[in-house]
Design a binder for this molecule. Sequence first.
Ligand code: SF4
Length: 346
Amino acid sequence: MKQDIKNFNLNELRVCLSVIGLKPYMAEQIFDWIYKKGRKSFSEMSNISRRGRLILEERFYVGNLCLLKDLKSNDDTRKFLFELSDKKSIETVFIPANKRSTVCLSSQVGCRFKCLFCASGRSFLRNLTPSEITSQVSCVLNITKQPVSHIVFMGIGEPMDNYDSVLKAIRILNSPYAFNIGARRITISTSGIIPAIKKLKNEGLQFELSVSLHSADGVLRNKLMPVNKKYPLKNLISCVKDYISYTNRQVTFEYVLMAGVNDALSSADKLSKLLSNLNCKVNLIIFNKTDDARFQPLNKKDVLAFKDRLLRNGTHTTIRLSRGQDIGAACGQLRIEHTQENYKLG
Ligand code: SF4
């Protein structure tokens, strides 16, 4: 059976090529054709011998995604729904800004972590392959014709629950022979999978780590994010502390503000206390409304009051503006709508 060549990192491809009688240096040429030039067929790789191209065609194919929907927001954010080869679908978001443009990637089809406020956590189907992860970037480049400067793993799925594929994809995104996106411009966001954070610190890559906290209260976090029952706050914070001292890198804590749930000023005080003495910042996120009426966004005045309280407590805090609200940019919404449409049609 043919293999998707985009599931190999550069070193793996070099080894594989020499095993099948081709020159290992061809791996760099193939990377260049696929990732830099965006070609999907071996027959177009004109600097590879005819014999080489025939052998490649016999053994490999170049994975790709099929565009199902392309929604454009008033603020220029674009949200794509892509179909995978087994007809499952994933979302990818493109967020252009003044001097940077960010792609928010999915790492799984659904998610098994069941955060109460998240549409993606309602079902889990499977992990994405490295090819399916990097193909999201290739498709965005191809569709938007704009450069991509930053990557965030904040789309559908818990990236640290698909560790090996995500790390392989990151190495390809970072490779000068492929996308050449600096590691410091790649952010992995996790709900707090302690064993994965411990593993990450030894990867030797300077990517950004972001931990979704959403509450500094163990009881509330248990309800909002069931992952807290397995990896409780106290252990998580101590693990992040180790990560910071080992890597000497600042960590970001994401905090989605939900009206009447985690927005009291006493919650801000608890958060500051929990994070005191850590080299970190808090990123406040304005909740993107979903079909779940229990969770509502906070008004601007209350968001600023929460931020102000954190700052007064000495906690470094920023606010992440919610983009693409008119196209339902909260993760998982588009895929769920599409699945429901299909059910209605079927
Ligand atoms: S917030 Fe993240 S970890 Fe939680 S269910 Fe959604 S995708 Fe999964």
